[in-house]
Design a protein around this ligand. Structure first.
Ligand SMILES: [Zn+2]
Length: 173
């Protein structure tokens, strides 16, 4: 378009065009071309501005992706460390349980396992200040008297949740 305008201008300047009508047409075309060039320049400016904004936004998003990736990496590392700790602890507890189970009579261990299965993983509970720590219910007077009179090696059960009750000096008897 610029070339065409320059060519028109050259023809106009050369003085070759002498017909007034042709001269008028040429001048009008040059003016029209100048207007269109101005419009196109505005469009180019707008496109450049939008391109710049888009580039900035892309850089911003890339930075955020990087930050999220770093956070994810950190979380995965912490999860792995925690899993390792839990595994180690589970191993220790399993070993302790095995050695404790070895000193319990077989029939009592069988009973304990049965209750444990029925009671969500806890087969025995401490009797603490007259309360069964398995179901949290306080024993009534009759139950307490039975516990008091029971021999030291008797296996006692909670009347409410049926767990094995473990007596300690803090049982409140
Ligand atoms: Zn109970």
């Amino acid at each position: 378009m610029r070339q065409r305008a320059a060519r028109d201008q050259k023809r106009l300047d050369s003085g070759q065009v002498t017909n007034p009508k042709d001269l008028e047409n040429l001048q009008s075309e040059i003016a029209s071309l100048a207007r269109r060039q101005g419009d196109l320049e505005d469009v180019v400016l707008e496109v450049m501005e939008r391109h710049e904004a888009a580039t900035e936004r892309a850089a911003e998003l890339a930075q955020r992706v990087e930050a999220v990736e770093a956070k994810t990496e950190d979380a995965v590392a912490r999860r792995d460390a925690a899993l390792q700790e839990i595994d180690a602890e589970a191993g220790t507890v399993r070993g302790e349980r095995e050695s404790a189970a070895g000193s319990v009579p077989a029939d009592l261990l069988k009973l304990y396992e049965k209750i444990r299965e029925q009671q969500g993983g806890v087969g025995a509970a401490r009797l603490f200040q007259r309360r069964c720590e398995g179901c949290q219910l306080e024993l009534n007077i009759t139950e307490l008297n039975e516990v008091r009179q029971a021999p030291q090696d008797a296996v006692l059960r909670c009347e409410n949740c049926r767990r094995v009750l473990v007596r300690t000096p803090e049982s409140g008897l």
